[in-house]
Design a protein around this ligand. Structure first.
Ligand SMILES: Cc1cc2nc3c(=O)[nH]c(=O)nc-3n(C[C@H](O)[C@H](O)[C@H](O)COP(=O)(O)OP(=O)(O)OC[C@H]3O[C@@H](n4cnc5c(N)ncnc54)[C@H](O)[C@@H]3O)c2cc1C
Length: 370
């Protein structure tokens, strides 16, 4: 029996397992498919909320903490596994935001680096942009991370760690409760048609968009729902951008190797992960409105993922009400990649009774149920 069971092998589950093992604990991670193939793979990897000033304090607190942690995390994964997650401080350029004045006040208050740019400064920075953008906000410290590589390096790290057991194609279907009903004594797991049982002293749900469905088996209701996002991948003949560019909720992300990602849609369509021609056309139109050269650049790939949507994008991090050894870390919505190191750090602070790095109350499932 491991000290901890982690349910779900996305960025949150993988990082949780790595951090717990680093503290000397033994961990078994159960993943219904293959690790690192759902939202955490599908995301864009911007290491910032989009329009960060429009989010509440709890999201900002985790984002700032995580942004500080990312360079060291990427470096330690590269040193340990030889796989570079490509943390790249590309900066973020936001065009024609109509609440720029509020943004600048916010940046000053939270100590974020942000400059207002006029037309000539926008085009000096990104000459391939379409004409007509008059106002910009520039955040030079913002990075992007190549999330599929981040997941690959996390997996390589876990596979080499004797304290960690990864069990893939193992779907948790039910919880077994102690006679008193206040402790989870085991999990029922379906592994390719075989019913297995796993137990641990403590269990952490990091099942992303599926977390609410899982907890429903315990009659615990949590408002986490899937929100589909579709993305496109280009590889222009020559690099067209150096920074992440964002306007009207749509963005382009340049990768180190010349790939360019265009995102993303926001769709409430349950657990359907199919891609659509409508989204393709809409994302292409947004991408070309930013970079006209993309009109003659083929789309290499289109994909979709399911974000774990929670109210206001504030994740649930903490003990599941009514159960002594069950915890949740889910609902990071559009910001699960940026928030991951801080969300996992806070989860560990709670599990290991350390002084919490941020005030834990805004994320506490018990307090938010009232
Ligand atoms: C198009 C798109 C763009 C995005 N862009 C960004 C961005 O630029 N920056 C950013 O910060 N965030 C971004 N996000 C959001 C981010 O990707 C998510 O918030 C984050 O990946 C959630 O991580 P997770 O580990 O909670 O979920 P997931 O990665 O979905 O992992 C959950 C895992 O749990 C497993 N699971 C579920 N149920 C069970 C079960 N019963 N038993 C066992 N395993 C189970 C699933 O198979 C899955 O592997 C984007 C998301 C999308 C879709």
């Amino acid at each position: 029996m491991s000290d901890f069971l982690v349910i779900g092998g996305g960025v949150l589950g993988l990082l949780t397992a790595r951090e717990l093992a680093a503290e000397g604990a033994t961990v078994t991670l159960l993943e219904k498919g293959e690790c690192g193939r759902e939202a955490s793979w599908a995301g864009g990897g911007i290491v910032s909320p989009l329009y960060p000033w429009r989010y509440s304090e709890p999201v900002t607190a985790l984002a700032q903490e995580a942004q500080r942690a990312y360079p060291a995390l990427a470096e330690s994964l590269l040193n340990e596994t030889g796989i570079d997650p490509e943390w790249e401080q590309s900066g973020l350029l936001m065009l024609d935001a109509d609440d720029a004045a509020e943004a600048l006040v916010w940046a000053q208050r939270v100590g974020g680096r942000m400059e207002a740019l006029q037309e000539e400064q926008i085009y000096a920075r990104e000459p391939a942009l379409a004409q007509g953008f008059e106002q910009g906000l520039w955040m030079p410290a913002i990075a992007n991370i190549r999330n599929p590589r981040l997941l690959k390096s996390l997996l390589a790290s876990l596979r080499a760690n004797p304290r960690v057991r990864l069990v893939e194609r193992a779907s948790v279907t039910d919880f077994i409760l102690s006679p008193g009903g206040d402790t989870v004594s085991g999990l029922v797991v379906d592994q390719q048609g075989q019913s297995l049982q796993f137990s641990a002293q403590r269990i952490i749900v990091t099942a992303g968009a599926w977390s609410a469905g899982l907890l429903r088996a315990l009659s615990v209701e949590l408002p986490v729902e899937p929100v589909k996002g579709q993305m496109l991948l280009y590889r222009p003949e020559k690099p067209l951008l150096t920074s992440i560019v964002l306007t009207e909720g749509r963005y382009l992300i340049p990768r180190r190797d010349g790939h360019l990602l265009a995102g993303s849609t926001l769709e409430h369509s349950g657990f359907d992960k199919s891609t659509s021609d409508e989204a393709l056309r809409s994302l292409q139109a947004s991408a070309q409105a930013l970079l006209p050269a993309l009109a003659s650049t083929p789309v290499l790939r289109q994909w979709a993922g399911l974000r774990p949507g929670a109210p206001q994008g504030v994740p649930f991090i903490g003990a599941v009400p009514g159960l002594r050894n069950l915890y949740i870390n889910a609902g990071q919505y559009r910001n699960g990649l940026v928030l991951a190191p801080a969300s996992v750090g806070l989860m560990l602070d709670i599990l290991l009774a350390r002084s919490p790095r941020v005030d834990p109350r805004p994320y506490d499932p018990a307090l938010r149920q009232r």
